[in-house]
Design a protein around this ligand. Structure first.
Ligand SMILES: Cc1cc2nc3c(=O)[nH]c(=O)nc-3n(C[C@H](O)[C@H](O)[C@H](O)COP(=O)(O)OP(=O)(O)OC[C@H]3O[C@@H](n4cnc5c(N)ncnc54)[C@H](O)[C@@H]3O)c2cc1C
Length: 387
């Protein structure tokens, strides 16, 4: 069989990429070894939270992606539950306030609408927050979405536009002749193509090896607690300053004295449409181990009640872990591979893959079609690892 392009991976990044390629008139094939959205893209939160993005290109891309999200339900013909309730970054200590001052300054320069607020305004916006939390940063630009609905919606629309979706099909090899991609080999068939896009998340390095590429992405595990469904109570997307500190600077945990900090625990909390709280989170490098750790779940419970005391009377009904695709320098790889003609990578989005999925898919489609992209993507190029 022949294809205009082969997208490897049916997570949110691969499905978005397949959709934007099909929307541009190509007939891609998407190959997924399991089912659509069965890995990281369904083991996560759905924050479209701009405040947690690194200032610069990640933040500017996230703002553009958020604008794409506003019309996606209509465009894809599927309610992906996108909302924009605003977000709060809670600040517990002076050390965290100092960190946030630097972050907020840069975010404002990038065009974010963010402001520091004190406890009184904080509790008027979000009455569940403890009176002991002195401050927060508020942005009305933060939103959320259902990650799995979005992934499925991209796949469904891509298929309607002519994308051939092959689930239960694992890529086992990529044929490269004279430095050019010529075919993708799966455990079922060989697909002739001159274009391959590696959207395999934490498995992107395995796909890279098939083309002789050493892609520095590894799993960064996260735990989430799920509560029983309760009446609507939480009005905003909630994180804390430690979440941003750990995400952007993993080494900060080493000098911490608070045991929860040492475990990489910080706060993330949202309430789903069904009423369940999703409470996280932790960041740790644990290979491909997807078992939940009791000490981390206990740490998340204890830490979250420091901010939201009412959680003490809510039952937790389950927990899960997901593997964030973490790239060595903390930002994703999005773009062509200069050493292998026809090869592209869209992977390594760490904790931002849901937020960045629309802009990533659209950018890759523009690159494949040699169109101008909204952003200069040089900082996210794979070439930064070839030097
Ligand atoms: C706890 C947690 C919370 C998070 N919260 C948020 C959040 O609030 N907001 C946000 O923006 N992001 C969040 N993220 C990050 C986000 O979930 C990821 O960045 C995103 O899901 C990555 O998508 P992906 O498509 O790259 O990877 P995946 O969803 O893992 O998709 C990769 C796919 O490739 C397939 N594959 C692998 N190898 C092969 C092969 N050989 N052949 C065929 N197919 C293959 C896999 O089966 C998989 O389906 C969170 C992550 C975690 C773990």
């Amino acid at each position: 069989m022949k294809a205009d392009a082969v997208v490897i991976g049916g997570g949110i990044i691969g499905c978005s990429t397949a959709y934007y390629l099909a929307r541009a008139g190509l007939h891609p094939v998407l190959v997924e070894k399991r089912g659509i959205g069965e890995e990281t893209s369904s083991a996560c939160d759905g924050f479209i939270m701009l405040q947690t993005k690194k200032p610069g290109l990640p933040l500017r891309m996230a703002m553009s992606s958020a604008r794409l999200y506003e019309h996606l339900s209509e465009e894809l013909g599927y309610d992906i539950q996108y909302r924009r309730p605003g977000g709060l970054v809670l600040i517990e200590t002076q050390e965290m306030k100092d960190i946030m001052e630097g972050v907020v300054k840069k975010q404002t320069e990038d065009g974010m609408d963010v402001e520091f607020i004190g406890n009184e305004k904080l509790r008027s916006l979000e009455p569940l927050v403890s009176e002991k939390i002195p401050a927060a940063v508020y942005s009305p630009m933060d939103g959320d979405v259902s990650p799995i609905y979005t992934t499925r919606a991209f796949a469904k629309k891509a298929a309607e536009l002519g994308c051939d979706i092959r689930t239960g099909s694992a890529v086992t090899g990529i044929s490269v002749q004279d430095g050019e991609v010529t075919a993708v080999i799966t455990d079922k068939e060989t697909i002739e193509t001159g274009t391959v896009i590696n959207c395999a998340g934490v498995w992107a390095p395995q796909i890279g090896k098939m083309m002789g590429l050493d892609i520095p992405i590894r799993p960064r595990r996260g735990h989430i607690l799920v509560s029983e469904a309760v009446a609507p109570a939480l009005k905003h997307e909630i994180t804390d300053a430690r979440y941003i500190a750990i995400k952007h600077n993993p080494s900060i945990m080493k000098k911490a004295t608070d045991p929860t900090f040492k475990l990489g625990i910080s706060l993330s909390m949202e309430q789903t449409e069904n009423g369940n709280f999703l409470i996280g989170s932790a960041r740790e490098f644990a290979g491909f181990d997807t078992d939940c750790r009791f000490d981390i779940l206990k740490g998340i419970s204890e830490y979250s009640t420091r901010f939201i005391p009412a959680l003490r009377s809510v039952n937790m009904i389950r927990s899960f872990v997901g593997m964030r695709p973490y790239c060595e320098d903390g930002v994703p790889i999005i773009g062509p591979v200069s050493t292998v003609q026809g090869a592209y990578i869209a992977a390594g989005h760490e904790g931002d893959g849901i937020a960045l999925a629309p802009i990533t898919g659209r950018t890759i489609a523009e690159m494949v079609l040699h169109k101008e992209t909204e952003f200069d993507m040089t900082p996210f190029s794979f070439d930064r690892f070839l030097k």
